[in-house]
Write a protein that binds this ligand. Structure first.
Ligand code: PRE
Length: 379
């Protein structure tokens, strides 16, 4: 039997040959890219790749090797495509996403819409994000209403919750972003501290009914577990719950909302910090109707759909990984009317002007069935 050193020497010889052949092949791929640049042909040719995978894997002498050859060449051709996208970007052949670059975003006199009523967490986020420019804001009943206000041009910006650190994503707003095609221009994270609020003079022992937004009820699940006898009621938002408790004026009714709403609606704080996660925070997005970004933007949100087949997501994400892009977040949402098929939402670091981002987006747009850039903004 040969010893390990001898075997490794043999592997080293073969690997060098593979490297030389790989480089030769990539050189030809570069020539293919030139041809495609000249002729305007697309880089990704699925039929050609399928044909190659079938013929090459058939050369394998065992089922194991046939499978391995297929995987190996899938990777080789995927790298070949990435090289071709890179060359095209270098040649300035890049279909810029339909986004206008601005020096800064001007919020002066902007009309800002949020969902809920006075004192909603969204309003807190709005005030923190827009600061002094927040004066010109108004509220609507639903998140869809806020999106509509942007679509109609009644408002310039909308503020919407997108994710909570304990309850997860606000799925409806992900879906609305796809449906309306608006643009994210900013985000604001707000620490969420829930309190139990009752009418003046009410005691904890009086409470039998609790009102809040379903997300807030979920975020206080452990606390509510300690009061199983309480009837829980879902309302559109936490501030509305506070308003209702005030208007009903009954000692047995309580709301879960922020401390600030207690001041606004004249309620007593019966208990504070009742959320399960003491670090509980919600991320809000700032949305507008025009597709704009600034040079300072450092986070990109996209949504894409791909073929419903093995390895599809892996290949789509490989465009980010191969271009050295740092991914922050991935989510999936069901595709409407297509049971058990999904679209993906990915947040990653970068600016639309970065060559690495342009390469990744080019790859994704060629190799997905649908790509939507939801925004490029400062995180
Ligand atoms: O043959 C082509 O059109 C190529 O671009 C080359 C190649 C390959 O590397 O083999 C790469 C991408 C295409 O999807 C198909 C094949």
């Amino acid at each position: 039997m040969k010893n390990l050193l001898e075997l490794r020497d043999e592997i080293d010889v073969i690997d060098k040959q593979i490297v030389a052949l790989y480089q030769q092949r990539m050189q030809i791929a570069a020539e293919v890219a030139e041809y495609k640049i000249e002729t305007g042909k697309k880089v990704f040719d699925k039929d050609r790749e399928m044909e190659k995978l079938a013929t090459l894997s058939a050369l394998g002498d065992s089922a194991f090797n046939r499978h391995g050859i297929r995987e190996l060449f899938e990777q080789i051709m995927s790298i070949s495509r990435k090289r071709q996208y890179q060359l095209m970007t270098e040649h300035g052949i890049y279909e810029k996403p339909d986004f206008e670059e601005l020096d800064t975003l001007d919020y002066k006199n902007a009309r800002i819409v949020f969902q809920g009523t006075e004192g909603a967490y969204t309003q807190l986020a709005l005030k923190q994000y827009f600061g002094e420019d927040a004066g010109n804001s108004y509220h609507v009943e639903t998140w869809r209403d806020a999106m509509e206000a942007i679509a109609r041009g009644d408002a310039d910006y909308a503020v919407l919750p997108i994710e909570n650190s304990s309850a997860g994503i606000v799925s409806e707003n992900y879906d609305l972003m796809v449906e309306y095609g608006h643009c994210i221009v900013g985000e604001q994270i707000i620490k969420i501290e829930h309190a139990l609020l009752g009418v003046p003079g009410a005691k904890l022992s009086d409470i039998t009914d609790v009102y809040s937004h379903p997300q807030a009820l979920m975020q206080c699940a452990r606390y509510l577990e300690g009061h199983r006898e309480w009837e829980k009621h879902s309302l559109k938002n936490t501030a509305m719950a506070a308003q209702k408790v005030r208007e009903d004026g009954m000692r047995h009714k309580a709301a879960i909302a922020s401390r600030i709403t207690a001041e606004i609606y004249g309620l007593d704080v019966l208990e504070e910090g009742i959320q399960d996660n003491k670090q509980n925070a919600t991320r809000f997005i700032i949305v507008t109707g025009k597709h704009v970004f600034t040079r300072k933007a450092n986070k990109i949100s996209i949504c894409f759909e791909g073929a419903h087949e093995t390895g599809s997501l892996y290949h789509m994400l490989s465009h980010l990984i191969y271009n050295g892009i740092n991914m922050d977040h991935i989510e999936s949402r069901p595709l409407p009317e297509r049971n058990w098929e999904y679209r993906f939402f990915v947040d990653f670091e970068g600016n639309l002007n970065d060559p690495a981002v342009q390469n990744a987006l080019r790859g994704l747009s060629e190799e997905t069935t649908r790509l939507q850039i939801l925004g490029n903004y400062e995180a």
